[in-house]
Design a binder for this molecule. Sequence first.
Ligand code: A3P
Length: 309
Amino acid sequence: MAKEEDLSYKEAILKASASISRYPLIPIKGVPLMSYIANNWDSISAFCPDPSDLLIATYPKAGTTWTQEIVDLLIHNGDAEACKRAPTPVRSPFLEICAPPPIPSGLELLKNMDPPRMIKTHLPFHLVPSGFWENKCKTIYVARNAKDNLVSYYYFDCMNLTQPEPGPWEGYIQKFMRGELSWGSWYDHVKGYWEEREKKNILYLFYEDMKENPRREVERIMRYLDLSVSDEVISRIVELTTFKKMKENPMTNYSCVPPPVFDQSISPFMRKGEVGDWRNHFTPEQSKIFDEDYKKQMKDVNIPFRTLI
Ligand code: A3P
């Protein structure tokens, strides 16, 4: 193990403080990515997973952390203590993330883990390293309705001091609609995985379904992973992965990522966890413009998104 990997994740971030800033975005195949990611693109796209690895893919703020926790608990038969062995980004590395040393990159964390691994990505389908498809890795995609996703991303960009400044809310909506935020267009992202879901055996989930009936969705994930846990364990997993429980849990609430990366005094990582919070942010006029544009951008697909449950 390299010396820096002996440091805890939190200590590594604190050590790197002086070199952390809001990074500019650089396009990779038309997708704006944080410069640290873009500058390491060759090694990220060359990553070759093991066939037993699981990919958890999302547009940022669609419910990644929630899904990672559900999967880890399913794999560990609902053992809460086992899932407290490390914080989320260490248990389930973020494939493309790169940051100044000594913060370990996703690739470095993965190099030191034995498969099967739970690998997180925000890459759109066409940027996912081809090895995932060649090796027929299982993939869970979680999608969240555009308006709530946008609101959640806005707060995240306020508190994540490595992302570009979000700027005023009004302009942020425009940037989202134009696909100018980190990881690109939400519209292309949800469509890319949707179109490939059958060919690539992708389990395509919705945040709104998880909120509406978490038990049903945990069972769906269990079946997809070819696992079988008792009804009692399912109940425990549902309970352990409520918004409230995950907000209180230091291993899931991202307290492992201190300022100067996540400033949770600006907005907590576990912020609200609701469906329909967009109604507290969009004016009727903004909502109308957004909906008109949405119809155009989504006219070629029929993905059953719900903005309310
Ligand atoms: P909000 O900002 O709307 O609260 P990601 O993990 O992809 O970054 O997504 C983060 C979003 O998922 C945040 O949304 C967060 O609160 C929400 N979230 C995380 N865990 C959750 C849970 N157990 N139940 C509901 N929402 C959750």
